[in-house]
Design a protein around this ligand. Structure first.
Ligand code: B12
Ligand code: SF4
Ligand code: SF4
Length: 321
């Protein structure tokens, strides 16, 4: 056997081993892309237009964000991992708030990081001189770009990566390693002529297909902006009963309607108090209850002040119906 054939076979075997182990660990999809600098023009335009709003961290460490080798010296491969978090929930009544699906259970950062670290440990046993690092919103890296390049899914017009198997209800993360592997190919874009998400967004935040102006997005205001700040009337009036995050553009997507599957990760299952909480329970919440209910939950990010502000708006919206 020629040395090159042998190398390809070795890389292919490694790739299969990594994929098998990732699925065993509980990931739902895995793909691998060749590492390298990425075309940042779309991102720069997004920043220049101010679409990141007050998320100042999005404008930092740009050299690192666009080249994994700046994060892991000698980076050769980006392993993109996805976990399905969908679960069916009951519709809320007018007295209740809605928390978006991704925040119903335990914080995905912790769940994914644990599994990714285990996978990296295994990879380092199989490839002793390999180095690597795991990323799940822990450093500046473009999750969606790498997921698309590694064939996990395509970038939906709503700005989230859609998989053929689970729709867009997947979290994304990456392991960057210094070993070369065989690589996956991107899959086609299956949005076609559909524009349902753009039409459904109540605030017009999807300004053009794939691009979200965070300053208009309910998810941004209810999660990212601290509770001291008032949510602009144009957004608040459209929030309905959304108290943390927003799933409107994903709920209307035909791929999500057809291919959603119940998550198999028990830690993503909804905590009972997160399923349609009574708005008055939320507006009366004490710091102590907040701390107990939202330990190891992404809802911590809004802090009590943020959640109270959001719930008061939801209550106000209810009385305006
Ligand atoms: C900032 C941010 C936000 C912002 C901006 C959202 C956005 N769409 O960009 C706000 C606060 C609004 C937000 C909201 C949400 N978010 Co968010 N967010 C992020 C974060 C931290 C960065 C995204 C980013 O850089 N945006 C800026 C744009 C310009 O970058 P980009 O879309 O990645 O674009 C790159 C490429 O995709 C490519 N590209 C862009 N457009 C196009 C078009 C074409 C045709 C092509 C080929 C390529 C291309 O070019 C860029 C190169 O850099 C990521 C985590 C991460 N580190 O990636 C999570 C992330 C995108 N969020 C996530 C989630 C779950 C959400 C929410 C659903 C939460 C909720 N329920 O409320 C909403 C969805 C709102 C929406 N419609 O997008 C998930 C999405 C998972 C998925 N399946 O894609 C991520 C990946 C977190 C994770 N680790 O899983 N989020
Ligand atoms: S998350 Fe809500 S507000 Fe943001 S783009 Fe989607 S539908 Fe619009
Ligand atoms: S609603 Fe339609 S356009 Fe929007 S992401 Fe889904 S398939 Fe694409």
């Amino acid at each position: 056997m020629e040395i090159l054939d042998w190398l390809i076979m070795k890389r292919y075997e490694l790739l299969q081993k990594i994929k098998t182990r990732a699925l065993e660990l509980g990931f739902d999809k895995v793909g691998v892309a060749k590492s390298g600098p990425i075309d940042a023009s779309i991102y720069h335009e997004w920043l220049e237009k101010g679409f990141h709003g007050q998320m100042a961290y999005m404008a930092k460490y740009l050299d690192k964000r666009f080249d994994p080798a700046q994060l892991v010296p000698g980076a050769k491969s980006v392993i993109s991992l996805a976990m399905n978090y969908y679960q069916k929930t009951e519709e809320s009544s007018p007295d209740q708030g809605t928390i978006s699906l991704y925040a119903l259970g335990d914080d995905y950062h912790e769940v994914m990081r644990e599994k990714m670290k285990q996978l990296l440990t295994d990879i380092c046993v199989w490839i002793p001189d390999c180095e690597g690092r795991v990323f799940v919103d822990t450093a500046p890296i473009q999750d969606k770009y790498w997921a698309v390049k590694a064939g996990i899914g395509w970038l939906g017009k709503h700005g989230n990566v859609i998989t053929k198997e689970f729709g867009s209800w997947v979290f994304l993360g990456e392991i960057v390693i210094t070993e070369e592997l065989e690589y996956d190919e991107p899959i086609p874009d299956y949005c076609g002529t559909c524009r349902k998400c753009l039409t459904a967004c109540p605030t017009g935040a999807i300004v053009t297909p794939h691009i979200v102006d965070a300053r208009k997005c309910i998810s941004y205001w209810t999660i990212e902006v601290n509770g001291e700040q008032k949510i602009p009337e144009t957004v608040a009036a459209k929030m309905g009963n959304l108290v943390f995050g927003c799933d409107i553009c994903q709920n209307v997507c035909p791929w999500n309607k057809k291919f959603s599957k119940q998550t198999k990760e028990s830690r993503f299952r909804a905590r009972p108090h997160n399923i349609n909480p009574a708005l008055t329970d939320l507006t009366n919440m004490s710091l102590e209850t907040f701390r107990i209910w939202y330990q190891k939950s992404t809802i911590k990010r809004a802090k009590l002040k943020g959640l109270l502000r959001n719930a008061r708006i939801a209550l106000q919206n209810k009385t305006c119906i």
